[in-house]
Write a protein that binds this ligand. Structure first.
Ligand code: UTP
Length: 271
């Protein structure tokens, strides 16, 4: 059973400067709602019961956002506004589910994941990268079904343009399991066009095994001097762990780049 999710939020968000110079990108509004709430709703509807946020001291504002219920209480006493009451209840619901851990130096996604080591209880957990929104279909829920069916790790996958492969983790695929799922032979972090084994990219949804922590403990920094989660996954695949690439249905929105962020509001408002 997958009941825990982790969300790395300790990155610097440099691609969204100046919006992120004092404000965490995950709280930026997307069609009138902080981006992170789309991710939380996806988790809740996928049956997740506990969510671990990896933040940094610089991003304490994220914690404050979920711990500001006393402010709502005061307002509700004065103003009987049903919309604010609804928002208050939603914040309380989120607050109950979220735990915070800290990664004060952004050494990479793998290092961020490692900070959750002592909190993960079951054999598998879900990880979501909050820059990647997937609308119209709950990708996490579909991936949990795939995990149950094939008893394996699962990662979201999408076709990208060949000339953009160096921005992504790229899969080398093995055999097709069914219409939407492929066994993974290899995964390479940000390959050059020449190195890229395909144009199937890793999108920010992962069902990972608890044993990835022992791999991360051994890991040396990779591309760009960062500890990448993709490199630890590659090691597990080489050690014969079964990983599936799940071609999700739903609309993908990249909210981590300026153009993508601007576009996401326009796209969501059309849904
Ligand atoms: P990215 O590298 O794509 O985003 O990390 P970033 O670092 O936040 O932003 P840019 O590239 O400077 O614009 C993917 C996810 O992993 C988290 C980020 O917060 C983001 O959600 N992350 C990244 C960490 O939590 N810790 C890290 O050391 C690096």
């Amino acid at each position: 059973m997958i009941k825990q999710a982790i969300i790395p939020l300790a990155g610097l968000g440099t691609r969204l400067l100046p919006l992120t110079s004092v404000f965490p990108k995950e709280l930026l509004p997307i069609n009138g709602k902080p981006g992170i709430e789309y991710i939380l709703d996806e988790c809740i509807h996928a049956g997740i019961k506990e969510i671990i946020f990896i933040i940094s001291k610089k991003k304490e504002m994220i914690r404050d956002y979920f711990y500001n219920d006393h402010f709502y209480k005061k307002i509700i006493k004065k103003k009987k506004d049903p919309r604010i009451l609804k928002e208050y209840r939603k914040i309380l619901k989120y607050k109950k589910m979220i735990k915070f851990v800290y990664q004060n130096k952004p050494l990479g996604t793998g290092d961020a994941v490692l900070k959750t080591k002592k909190y993960i209880r079951n054999k598998f957990f879900l990880m979501l990268l909050p820059d990647d929104l997937i609308m119209k279909n709950n990708c996490s829920k579909s991936m949990i079904s795939v995990h149950k069916q094939y008893k394996s790790c699962v990662m979201a996958s999408m076709n990208v343009k060949k000339k953009t492969v160096s921005r992504w983790g790229i899969y080398k695929l093995d055999r097709k399991l069914d219409n939407k799922n492929y066994l993974i032979k290899d995964v390479i972090e940000k390959p050059s066009i020449k190195e890229a084994p395909s144009n199937q990219a890793v999108i920010g949804r992962y069902i990972l095994p608890k044993k990835i922590f022992s791999e991360l403990l051994k890991q040396k920094p990779g591309k760009g001097g960062e500890i990448h989660i993709t490199d630890a996954i590659q090691k597990l695949i080489y050690n014969e762990d079964k990983f599936i690439a799940h071609n999700f249905t739903g609309k993908y929105l990249d909210c981590g780049s300026m153009q993508g962020y601007i576009n996401s509001t326009l796209e969501i408002s059309k849904l």
